[in-house]
Ligand binder design. Structure first.
Ligand code: XMP
Length: 537
């Protein structure tokens, strides 16, 4: 294989050019070889933000498994190892043998130097944090449009002391003589992290590699993704029947509308109302899918079954288990009514795929975490249609907008499968659900009115199991305590309590205690995760 530096579309007639560009968006890619860096996923996201398709692959991947992606270049990620560690992960030989451009980042650069005959040694001064990179050689392939000196983010103990044969130093810093190296074959190593925000011009440098060195086109766009996915779904499904469980969340909504655009009536969505949704949510989901998208929608109001099964239950994990099992029962029953079904469409996202691939999970384990259920019964182990399998969350939202889904659904904050049941401490009853729904609606209304909804990861109300004394007019009251929870987070693994403005909190508090019967006290949860969790149960 040789470098692809031209654009095959350039010489095509206009209409075939746009078709060609659309299919190139899916046919060409950059692969990121993962050496365990906390930043591997960020590198992939940055590449895709520059509209070039990108996947993360294992450092053990063989060429046959990678060739299907039609890679135009390879990025070697950073990682915690030193090349001199026993069992230090190395790049597979095909990386250096088939003529693809390569960009090694941090450990990726050291691996490249080590495998190609250079010298890597522990730095006398380790570099963590900001550094100034100065170009030694004006290499316009990688430095196009960049100043001779720029701020970069370092995080390394080892460094390159001798570049491999054919490579030269292109830039240095105060503590490292070789911060960027390159050869004439389009192979580059950089000691800093261009993918992090602390390297302000990292995006330009990455794009020089993608567009200039690898010859990629910026064509990985939501529109091209939708066109390509429709074709793929049609091919996979043929004239088979597909079912999809709608939850009200963005992932299942986008997956369902993509499948619906591809195969229309062959798709039936099943929406189970578990009686644990927020105020107005059930109606909104039904309206969107039935009226707006004209989807075949089976609506099952199983409120009584769920609430019946939850009577007397206070343990959070038992609540989850009961709700999961009940969901499967209702879903199975509704699916059976549809007749023969061939496929199950799911809104699985790329981070779940990466996580389960790295943990070696099987598909049934993924269904379990995805739907929060105890596993589908044997007869329902259907073939999966997972059109979002290679997308990050922000890409899913962009695809949702492209498909015409309302912003209310596209930008919806995450909501747990067991719904309000894990936001009512203790037993779930209809009365308590009513109180929590009203209080929660006020929290969401006020956070939206203050323009903070999209910037907040999750914001909601919790009905505690505490009663407290209050006073209304001349009367002493003994009412419920509502807790407001709002957090900022990137991925729900860690979270910081949101510093909501006092006036927003004040409006929430006064409205909840005035408008929601039997509530006389409102508190704000100022616990981060860890040590707390986002939900109270
Ligand atoms: P915690 O409370 O563990 O929550 O910090 C992390 C994220 O997961 C959501 N969550 C759930 N989602 N089923 C779900 O589908 C569950 O049982 C569940 N429990 C927590 C929570 O809302 C947050 O986004």
């Amino acid at each position: 294989m040789t470098h692809s530096s031209g654009t095959s579309a350039d010489s095509s007639p206009e209409n075939s050019e746009s078709q060609d560009i659309s299919s190139r968006a899916q046919r060409e890619s950059i692969v990121v070889i993962d050496f365990g860096s906390q930043y591997s996923m960020l590198i992939a996201r940055r590449v895709r933000e520059s509209k070039v398709y990108c996947e993360i692959i294992s450092h053990k991947a063989d060429w046959e498994s990678v060739a299907r992606l039609n890679p135009k270049g390879v990025i070697l990620s950073g990682g915690p190892a030193s090349v001199y560690d026993d069992n230090a992960p190395l790049a597979p030989d095909w990386v250096y043998e088939n003529g693809l451009p390569v960009l090694g980042i941090c450990y990726g650069m050291q691996v490249m130097a080590h495998q190609l005959g250079g010298t890597v040694a522990p730095s006398s001064k380790k570099e963590y944090g900001q550094a100034q990179m100065r170009q030694n050689a004006p290499d316009l392939r990688i430095f196009q449009g960049l100043p001779p000196s720029m701020q970069v983010w370092m995080s390394h103990g080892d460094q390159i002391t001798e570049p491999p044969p054919g490579f030269r130093s292109l830039a240095s810093s105060e503590n490292s003589p070789i911060v960027v190296m390159g050869n004439d074959e389009g192979m580059f190593g950089i000691q800093f992290h261009p993918e992090v925000a602390h390297t302000p011009q990292g995006k330009e440098l990455l794009e020089n590699f993608l567009y200039g060195v690898c010859g990629c086109l910026p064509v990985w766009t939501p529109g091209n993704f939708v066109n390509d996915s429709i074709g793929r779904i049609q091919e996979q499904v043929g004239d088979g029947k597909v079912i999809c469980a709608l939850s009200g969340g963005v992932d299942s909504a986008v997956a369902a509308s993509l499948v619906q655009q591809a195969i229309g009536d062959q798709l039936t969505c099943i929406f189970v109302n578990n009686g644990l949704m927020r105020k107005g949510e059930v109606q909104q989901v039904r309206d969107t899918f039935q009226r707006h998208f004209k989807t075949n929608l089976v609506y099952a109001d199983a409120t009584e079954n769920f609430l019946g099964a939850l009577i007397g239950v206070t343990d959070p994990e038992r609540k989850r288990k009961i709700i999961g099992e009940e969901f499967i029962r209702v879903f199975d029953e509704e699916a059976a009514r549809i007749g023969t079904v061939d496929f199950l469409a799911q809104g699985t996202l790329y981070p779940d795929v990466i996580e389960s691939e790295t943990q070696g999970d099987d598909i049934s384990a993924k269904i379990k975490t995805h739907h929060n259920v105890g596993g589908l019964p044997e007869h329902m182990r259907l073939n999966l249609v997972e059109p979002l399998r290679y997308l990050f969350k922000d890409e899913v939202r962009n695809v949702g907008l492209e498909l015409g889904l309302p912003e209310d659904i596209v930008y919806r904050q995450p909501f747990p499968g067991p719904g309000l049941a894990i936001r009512i401490i203790g037993e779930v009853t209809l009365d308590k659900l009513e109180i929590l729904r009203e209080a929660d609606a006020i929290v969401l209304e006020e956070i939206s009115a203050s323009g903070l909804y999209r910037d907040t990861w999750q914001s909601f109300a919790v009905l505690t199991d505490t009663r407290s004394v209050g006073v209304t007019g001349d009367y002493r009251t003994y009412g419920h305590v509502i807790a407001i929870r709002a957090v900022n987070s990137d991925d729900a693994m860690t979270a910081d309590w949101a510093r909501l403005p006092f006036d927003v909190l004040a409006r929430m508090s006064s409205r909840i205690s005035n408008e929601v019967p039997n509530v006389n006290r409102v508190v704000y949860d100022i616990t981060s995760k860890p040590p707390g969790t986002i939900e109270w149960e």
